[in-house]
Design a protein around this ligand. Sequence first.
Ligand code: QV4
Ligand code: CA
Length: 512
Amino acid sequence: MGVYFLLFIVGLCWAQYNPNTQPGRTSIVHLFEWRWADIALECERYLAPHGFGGVQISPPNENLVIADPSHPWWERYQPVSYKLCTRSGNETEFRDMVTRCNNVGVYVYADAVVNHMCGGNAGAGNHSTCGSYFNAESEDFPAVPYSAWDFNDAKCKTRSGDIEDYQDAPQVRNCRLVNLLDLALEKNYVRSKIAEYMNYLIDIGVAGFRIDAAKHMWPGDVKAILDELKDLNTTWFSAGAKPFIYQEVIDLGGEPITGSQYFGNGRVTEFKYGAKLGTVIRKWNGEKMAYLKNWGEGWGFVPSDRALVFVDNHDNQRGHGAGGESILTFWDARLYKMAVGFMLAHPYGFTRVMSSYRWPRYFQNGVDINDWVGPPSNSDGSTKSVTINADTTCGNDWVCEHRWRQIRNMVVFRNVVDGQPFSNWWDNGSNQVAFGRGNRGFIVFNNDDWYMNVDLQTELPAGTYCDVISGQKEGSGCTGKQVYVSSDGKANFQISNSDEDPFVAIHVDAKL
Ligand code: QV4
Ligand code: CA
């Protein structure tokens, strides 16, 4: 009895770090700015069949509508209330999406914007996605309701009321992030309103939350809110299951606020991951892939079971937030696929794949002045639906990185090797590297400027494998390269540095 009780307790306290994905589903995809109706379809027609564990959605609560610039994507990070109507859809569409995705085992993770309401200069009126009246000047949000008492103004000690110095932890929490009205999260009333909103989503069937701007909330205040959350809806989740929590804490080092201060609440976003991986794959600052041998905690990242990792996110793919120039995005497709492939093959962290929309970048003095442009939209401002082309790519300027063969197949690779150790590391001292995942998968990269032809030791069973990067296994054949593994586990890998994708990945479910 004792052992089972102990396991039960361990299971419980592990809870909020556990993504709650179905067994063998090890990644989530951020369908940034997608409409609820399109997400429901994508869960059924694509994400479930290809083993995606879940989807991160854009903030589902009512937000400020900004006319100038016209409907910037970031208007959704300026809440007006916790009503479920946005450009992605209304509450009915939201409920339908969660039910349909849950029914096919693809769970929903909501972006919770609970550190603040809209910008202090947003004026008054009902230019909001549900038409709720508000007055930012007087901090009056009757649709919640919040009044001036529920904001931090008195607590903030800076002259402007905004965060002015990230070296001063109290002001980072108590002052306004770019003038966004900062909620007084130490108040039980405010905590209860936020918990009420999150519990409403949990009752609908949501499996967890991205906590937006967690760095700007005291860890204890976040904990107090999370302690008020219900267990997940037992229609889809086992009794006692807790919402998965991953907190957006940008910590590249050098500031008093660190990711580890938030471990008590759940996982944290590890922004060092994408910044460093981009530098290595771009071969900047003398970085080389051979240095990835101790990737993960060895590079100063948070512990693997506290990390939510990604190559890029909706902020830093357009110069917002953190990570800078080194961040790889879909605009750098060839290198991006290598970075995402490496991330999905390596055991470190819980992985999130970005799925973006194309926008008309326009650089002036090295800065994209169109970084604000919102999702593909119709003349009436509504978001365009996601059309699917005959070749399974997306139309209407939706990039759908998650549908790119190389990325989709690596999401499957991660599922196939789940639980297998990092093994058989090899490198040429430069940018040709390889590693295995126990006896179920193996990946090889050639990021040098010359041909690669090596015999490597794997732990794979003998046989002929389809490379899932240049193609995949279809029926009894391979549509791309083949790799033969001999009975001693050795295999020859040849990769030209001018290949469309200079990396090869094989696993036991792609074996002839
Ligand atoms: C501007 C000035 C202010 C001025 C204000 C009023 O910058 O100094 O006081 O006008 O005149 C938008 C505008 C921004 C504007 C602000 C308030 O871009 O110029 O301030 O609105 O009107 C997104 C965007 C922001 C956007 C915000 C709200 O990135 O540009 O601000 O939404 O619309 C830090 C945080 C981290 C954060 C990151 C971006 O530690 O938590 O910055 N990342 C998350 C989200 C991000 C979102 C927010 C937080 C805010 O991922 O998408 O910011 O919810 O690193
Ligand atoms: Ca705050």
